[in-house]
Design a protein around this ligand. Structure first.
Ligand code: UFG
Length: 327
């Protein structure tokens, strides 16, 4: 029995991680509050419903499943929301993670894989961000993730908690088998909003800002396929199990796509045009966020071979047309 506790396993990235864990011979045990997750995304192992703020529940779950490791995806992650209600982010993300880390240490479960974000780097436009770039988050979401990174370091020093921290760039795409996919309520991400606009489920997409200092005036992001992203997590887990020590890895490809380029690619995949309007900039958006991800490739042997824009949109489009969760 090689159970891995997956917090947020009913969410977009967590559900894909559960599928990858099962394929790698682990049993993913999902712990999810279902505040932003979907119970019918839990398909690959046991499910426990609960909140990270409930320490007694965490102790029970560790005792029941005796996981060999934790993958910690559960978090609130809406930049707009965190600006309005930072307390929500410090409580759910930071206090919740503290509970989880303390429970893991108490249970002797000392291998920990953590979902962090490029939002911890803050607004450093036109710089390729690598793991040594200074972290200056500009919102409570990024600050909460950076605080948890610091927490992991302190718990390693005091209690031997080995950890791999992954700083995600923009995650897109879906399981090519269509078993799980992306579905947020509310949805704020470019690719699913764009696909909704294409097939008339929503009004026209608004391009947030066309006056950025980029070749076509729209923001540039580094997109990574969700299946490549979760592959890195399996490699990170093996890294810990091989006693290679705690490490931080960026997960992006180093290729940047502007909003207009993403729209163009979606036309190539779906053969339909995206209805769009040009709107003002969205508060908190950086001009360009591109990852230096060489470390994950060199040290983990990570190969993000599915992270072409065409593949991400193809898989997202398939899920969009056929997959769904009960809502
Ligand atoms: N965009 C639009 N119109 C939309 C939605 C998005 O033009 O309706 C643009 C955004 O301005 C941005 C790009 O598309 O330039 C990507 O936007 P997303 O909302 O999909 O992703 P973000 O880059 O804003 O967010 C990602 C993660 C967050 C994380 C953030 C860090 O999804 O969790 O990076 O900056 F906080």
């Amino acid at each position: 029995m090689r159970n891995v506790l997956v917090t947020g396993g009913a969410g977009y990235i967590g559900s894909h991680a559960c599928k990858a864990l099962k394929a790698a011979g682990f049993t993913p045990v999902t712990l999810d509050s279902l505040v932003t997750g979907w119970q019918d995304a839990v398909k690959f192992g046991p499910f426990e419903q609960g909140d990270l703020l409930d320490r007694a529940l965490l102790d029970t779950v560790f005792e029941k499943y005796e996981p060999v490791a934790v993958m910690h995806f559960a978090a609130l992650s809406l930049v707009g929301e965190c600006m309005r209600d930072p307390g929500l982010y410090w409580r759910n993300n930071v206090a919740g993670s503290l509970n989880l880390i303390e429970a893991a240490v108490a249970a002797g479960c000392l291998d920990f894989v953590f979902s962090s974000t490029c939002a911890t780097y803050g607004d450093q436009d036109n710089v390729v961000l690598d793991e040594n770039t200074a972290q200056h988050p500009i919102n409570a979401y990024g600050a909460s993730k950076r605080a948890i990174e610091d927490m992991l370091r302190d718990f390693e020093a005091a209690h031997g908690l080995r950890h791999v921290i992954f700083r995600y760039f923009n995650v897109a795409g879906a399981d090519p088998d269509g078993e799980v996919g992306e579905f947020h309520q509310p949805e704020t991400h470019l690719v699913p909003l764009m696909l909704d606009a294409i097939d008339g489920k929503r009004d026209a997409l608004t391009i947030f800002g066309t006056d950025y200092d980029t070749p076509d005036g729209t923001c540039i992001r580094d997109y990574v396929h969700v299946c490549d992203l979760v592959d890195a997590h399996i490699l990170g887990l093996k890294w810990l199990q091989d006693n290679k020590g705690s490490r931080v890895f960026n997960l992006g490809t180093g290729a940047g796509f502007s909003v207009r380029e993403v729209l163009d690619q979606s036309h190539a995949v779906t053969n339909r045009s995206v209805p769009y309007i040009e709107g003002p900039r969205r508060a908190g958006d950086c001009t360009k966020l591109v990852s230096g991800s060489q470390r994950a490739m060199d040290e983990l042997g990570w190969n993000p071979h599915r992270s072409t824009m065409k593949q991400m949109i193809t898989d997202a489009w398939r899920w969009h047309q056929t997959g769904h969760y009960e809502r």
